[in-house]
Design a protein around this ligand. Structure first.
Ligand SMILES: [Zn+2]
Length: 217
């Protein structure tokens, strides 16, 4: 068969390559009838280092199933198929949620992460522990300018949201529970100081020996 290979920057060739064969019982061989050049195919087009052997390139196509392995279900020879640009089994929990780009390869994470600190290691940790397709919400005043936004993060479909807490808006909803003792916001205080000890309170929070300092003048 013929295929597209890239040998280096600006050096794309059509060449004869070995015909494909079924290797796994879940494989299918698809004859490409329409394809296109993806914008991401151009990423290596300018910077690619020259190689002797060339590498296959291209990943978007329509095709007809020529042959299907014995464990392939839902497809048979002669079917016209559309190939998205990532592999997905369409059965795992990510696929069932419509996030086939994160088809399970191990690893998980949590759906929602609150970043309440505002320092760069905290936002990096938040992105590290959030599940693909999940949300990072930040309420810590950011002491950093950049958030993780590289290709790896883009590919995970993470939502970054949050901002300064509009605390006033929650008073009517939350204050009755606080006054009734059903919610204890004061649990966060782990140190109490008088007015003269306020400088000590700053030092304690700065060196992390106190989480939050209550001042009782
Ligand atoms: Zn899947």
């Amino acid at each position: 068969m013929r295929a597209t290979l890239i040998y280096g920057a600006g050096d794309v060739r059509i060449e004869d390559v070995p015909d494909p064969s079924l290797r796994e019982p879940t494989d299918a061989i698809v004859r490409v009838v329409r394809s296109c050049i993806c914008g991401s195919d151009l990423w290596p087009y300018a910077p690619r280092e020259a190689t002797q052997q060339g590498d296959r390139i291209g990943h978007e196509f329509l095709g007809v199933v020529e042959e299907a392995g014995r464990d392939v279900s839902g497809l048979k020879a002669g079917d016209l198929v559309v190939a998205p640009f990532v592999w997905a089994d369409n059965t795992c929990d990510f696929c069932r949620e419509g996030l086939q780009t994160s088809c399970r390869h191990g690893g998980d994470g949590t759906h929602t992460v609150l970043e309440c600190v505002g320092l760069k290691p905290a936002i990096e940790t938040a992105f590290a522990v959030v599940r693909n397709g999940g949300t990072v919400s930040r309420v810590g005043a950011p002491q950093y300018r950049d958030v993780p936004a590289d290709f790896g993060v883009f590919f995970r479909n993470i939502t970054l949201t949050g901002g300064v807490a509009p605390a006033r808006a929650y008073i009517e909803e939350l204050l009755p529970d606080v006054l009734a003792g059903r919610v204890e916001p004061g649990k966060v205080f782990d140190r109490t100081v008088g007015l003269d000890q306020v400088p000590d309170g700053y030092r304690a929070m700065a060196d992390r020996s106190a989480l939050k300092v209550l001042i009782q003048p």
